[in-house]
Design a protein. Structure first.
Length: 478
């Protein structure tokens, strides 16, 4: 007697970044036959040239700042001269060693992720992939003598997670020696003496903050009124004040028209004719999705004018068999969001229970010093009448733990629905705000009221007590 077994669902994932990695793991977990195609390494640019190395660099910058601020807490560093006199040592940064460490960490993270996929049963193909219709990938593996060998991967579901790359200005072309994108900085062997950063968005602000702490004389060129346009204005103001207090030059309302190499450095020319000279320049002027030339439009996938893939809240594209996750999609460009999109896409495709991604519940963080963490509705949306809410801001300087730690800058800000007191958002500006935002994120996710948040016990003394203190201040009288 012959038995007919149901064929496993086949999932093909194009791109091994956070979205593709999580999609592949989710598919394997649900019993699918999963193939992942990646040209560089598992983890993609997020792990190899972006998030992992940049945040590792920022961790080094934080350590450098900590040494400099230790004197405020009564900790002093001295060595002894030959004559036995106490001498204050110089704090120096071995950037070559720092970069070697963070690139080693990035490679190790990539290998760890690859091992997890292999353990889960995912087939990994290294090569350049493209869609050949809505249910097939063609992969150039370059294994043949002429480098033209191909693999074909048929699938019931395709998840595209090809990421994005730094935007390049035609008048400021990076050379990897004096003019850099954020993916090229890790070849530097010495801290730039005078670093020009073009662009004051998240990437520009983070690197400006880090290199300023590492010892560079940083000039940040911002085309807007203040750094971090689009972020909470109070938070951006704190960061800009800290930048300036720490010796950074911030050029607001200044647009860079070009950046050119000179004999021993670079010169940036602004739109008003002014020039800024430096030893090196970092270009942080946005990114471009890696969606061209991979067969998306031929497969019927709709793109935005910017080249991003249109997706809905379960990461599905205009073609039912194709999903997209991460920076190549028109959703929020965060690694955490890409991961959730990847999982959601596969769960949806395989008929498992799925919760559509809700933009209002997404937590984001900017890794400046101090950090900025946000979740939910913004103050601007409340002031513009898009959301109905009350606002309460509590300076961190009043927090007892902050005083003990010597923290002078930052705040906790809560937004609560007018009338009901339901927490609808919040902003934290503080060291490690990325860790502190979670209680507010949970309150937003589970629609807790300020009174419910206030009833949670926070440790005394702790920075998180500022969250419960702010919630108590917004008490709703019954």
């Amino acid at each position: 007697m012959a038995y007919e077994f149901e064929r496993k669902q086949r999932i093909a994932v194009l791109g091994g970044g956070p979205g593709g990695y999580e999609a592949a793991l989710a598919g394997a977990q649900l019993g699918a036959d999963v193939t992942l195609v990646e040209r560089e390494g598992v983890g993609g640019s997020a792990v190899l040239t972006d998030v992992v190395p940049s945040k590792s660099l920022i961790a080094t910058a934080e350590a450098t700042n900590g040494i400099g601020e230790a004197a405020d807490l009564g900790v002093q560093f001295f060595t002894r001269s030959d004559a036995g006199r106490a001498v204050r040592p110089d704090v120096t940064v071995n950037l070559a060693a720092v970069n070697a460490r963070l690139m080693r960490l990035a490679r190790q993270q990539s290998e760890d992720m690859k091992s997890q996929l292999i353990k889960a049963g995912v087939r990994i193909i290294h090569g350049e992939g493209r869609l050949d219709g809505p249910q097939r990938l063609v992969v150039s593996t370059g294994k043949g003598k002429a480098g033209t060998d191909f693999d074909e991967v048929d699938a019931d579901t395709v998840v595209v997670s090809v990421g994005a790359r730094p935007r390049i200005l035609p008048t400021a072309k990076p050379d990897g020696e004096r003019i850099f994108t954020w993916t090229q900085l890790y070849t530097l062997e010495e801290v730039p003496e005078r670093l020009i950063v073009v662009g004051s968005g998240v990437t520009g602000a983070e690197f400006a903050s880090a290199y300023n702490a590492l010892g560079s004389q940083v000039t940040l060129i911002s085309s807007r009124d203040q750094v971090l346009p689009g972020e909470d204005q109070d938070a951006a103001r704190v960061i800009e004040d800290v930048f300036k207090r720490n010796g950074m030059t911030v050029l607001s309302k200044s647009r860079a028209e070009s950046v050119k190499r000179t004999k021993d450095g670079v010169v940036a020319t602004l739109a008003d004719g002014r020039t800024v000279e430096g030893s090196h320049c970092l270009l942080a002027v946005g990114s471009i999705p890696n969606t061209e030339g991979i067969g998306l439009q031929e497969a019927g996938v709709q793109l935005t004018e910017s080249g991003h893939i249109r997706v809905n809240r379960v990461a599905r594209t205009s073609m039912p068999s194709i999903y997209a996750a991460g920076d190549c999609s028109d959703f929020l460009p965060l690694a955490s969001v890409a991961s959730q999109q990847g999982r959601t896409a596969v769960f949806h495709a395989m008929g498992d229970a799925v919760s559509p991604t809700e933009l209002r519940n997404i937590t984001s963080n900017i890794f400046t010093q101090p950090e900025i963490a946000t979740v939910g509705w913004s103050q601007k949306q409340i002031e513009d009448g898009i959301a109905q809410g009350d606002i309460y801001k509590l300076p961190l300087a009043s927090n007892p733990r902050a005083k003990m730690m010597g923290i002078k800058d930052g705040f906790v800000k809560l937004f609560a629905r007018t009338g009901s007191g339901t927490v609808i958002g919040g902003v934290i500006v503080a060291p490690h705000a990325s860790e502190l935002i979670l209680p507010i994120a949970l309150a937003v996710e589970h629609r807790l009221t300020v009174d419910q948040l206030a009833r949670a016990f926070s440790v005394y003394p702790s920075l998180t007590s500022s969250i419960t203190d702010a919630a108590r201040a917004m008490h709703i009288v019954n």
